[in-house]
Design a protein around this ligand. Structure first.
Ligand code: HAM
Length: 423
């Protein structure tokens, strides 16, 4: 189809109908769970100064080097549509001085659109939505396990039970420095065979080779040294405790020594959640610990951990049938214009009782109006004609043909709300 002004920007789509119902259901469920775990909600701007992302996510990551929507505003400032939520939330914590001596841990959740100039495909968009959680100032393996449990609980609460947790540890800075030396040595042997991007990564940020999307790079990575062999004693103890706590929570996990995640701010525990039934192969959510990030952005030196769930990927897994509109729709129909005001009063009464209703008053005759109501998927028609006005009654017609016996019933108008709610 040729492009017109009505073609949405590539990789972006409108959110409406069943998908919107799914979106709202996930967010409503997540907010209830988040409250239980002590999170409050934050909304940061969709654009930030470009440096916020460069500094936190890292210049050599694919996200920053290839995927950001960065442009100059009219004041010649470089601004960027947020590619993820963590950096902006950290910036907001610093800007608003949210960390004071006795308010830790500080737990914030957020949801909303993110933007990455990625190659669109199933479950991968240029505008997508994340539901994210950040917890600041609680450095403990228990906190790490609780974060993973929280991510898992959100998925199970919306009905996704085939979730598999993949977990790894990047250790602290000293562990990573030793590991970096080892992988530089290893990848240098294969330098000629690496993709052009990974040749650059080898010089600038070798860890990023491990999350290269190039098939050849991926094969070379399979035999690369594993971070687990370079963790120091404390890191090993910490990671073991995370795993044990997950077991105590009854969460099944797989240790994936090749998992590094695509963002530079991580240290220690990192994790991803995937679906094990083969419905979709990429991660539904992911996160990890980012202890130096707040300090890097000019804030206090407090630890942090969090994760984000990709809303489109999660919505894709939910059953369409459960997200249809309310099961019955009431249409109020005046037989002629003479009854229009009387019927309108009835329509308002029904709405004020939180019952979904339509006011079908356009159409030359009753059968035309019934046809319109049918197109609106109405299940119950409330018909007001001359007789009904005179007797203060309503004629009820069920559109559902299988309920033949219940068609055309007349009831006292005073009883209509109870009738609709409890019948
Ligand atoms: P991320 O792994 O880059 O982590 O993204 C989290 C989730 O967002 C992914 O697992 C995926 O479901 C979804 N996602 C990412 N890119 C796309 C895309 N192009 N289209 C559709 N969905 C996508 C982060 O963003 C970190 N900020 C998570 C975090 C929070 N770490 C600590 N705190």
């Amino acid at each position: 189809m040729s492009k017109t002004i009505f073609t949405p920007v590539r990789g972006m789509k409108d959110l409406y109908g069943i998908d919107f119902n799914k979106y709202k259901y996930i967010i409503d469920t997540a907010i209830k769970i988040a409250n239980k775990y002590g999170y409050s909600t934050i909304e940061t701007p969709i654009v930030e100064n470009t440096e916020v992302f460069q500094r936190s996510i890292g210049d050599d990551t694919d996200v920053v080097s290839k995927e950001m929507y960065t442009f100059k505003d009219k004041g010649d400032e470089s601004i960027t549509l947020r590619p993820e939520g963590t950096a902006g939330v950290m910036r907001a914590i610093v800007s608003n001085n949210m960390v004071v001596s006795n308010n830790l841990p500080l737990k914030l959740m957020y949801y909303g659109p993110m933007f990455r100039y990625d190659r669109p495909q199933k479950g991968r968009y240029r505008q997508f939505h994340q539901l994210g959680f950040e917890s600041i100032g609680a450095k403990s393996p228990y906190t790490d396990a609780i974060n993973i449990a929280l991510a898992n609980e959100i998925l199970t609460s919306v009905g996704i039970f085939d979730c598999q947790v993949y977990i790894n540890s990047l250790g602290d800075l000293s562990s990573r420095e030793n590991y970096l030396k080892a992988i530089v040595k290893y990848f240098s042997i294969y330098e000629d065979k690496l993709s052009e991007d990974s040749k650059i990564r080898l010089k600038k940020n070798p860890l990023r080779i491990l999350d290269s999307k190039d098939q050849n790079d991926k094969e070379i990575c399979l035999m690369a040294p594993k971070i687990s062999d370079y963790l120091n004693k404390n890191d090993i103890k910490y990671f073991e405790c995370v795993c044990e706590t997950l077991e105590k929570c009854g969460i099944k996990y797989v240790i994936d020594n090749l998992l590094v995640r695509g963002l530079d701010y991580y240290s220690h525990t990192i994790f991803e959640l995937k679906i094990s039934n083969g419905q979709y192969k990429d991660a539904i959510g992911g996160g990890g610990r980012y202890d130096g990030l707040l300090k890097l952005l000019g804030g206090p030196d407090v630890s942090g951990i969090g994760f984000a769930i990709g809303m489109e990927r999660l919505m894709m897994l939910l059953d369409e049938n459960k997200f249809q509109q309310q099961e019955y729709i009431v249409s109020v129909i005046p037989v002629s214009d003479k009854e229009i005001d009387n019927a309108f009063e009835l329509y308002k009464t029904i709405l004020s009782n939180n019952i979904r209703a339509e006011f079908v008053h356009i159409g030359n005759n009753l059968s035309k109006k019934v046809e319109i109501a049918s197109k609106l998927n109405s299940t119950i028609l409330l018909i007001i004609g001359e007789e009904e006005v005179k007797n203060n009654t309503i004629t009820i017609t069920y559109m559902n043909k299988s309920e033949e016996a219940r068609r055309n019933k007349t009831i006292d108008r005073n009883n209509i709300v109870g009738f609709l709610k409890y019948n």
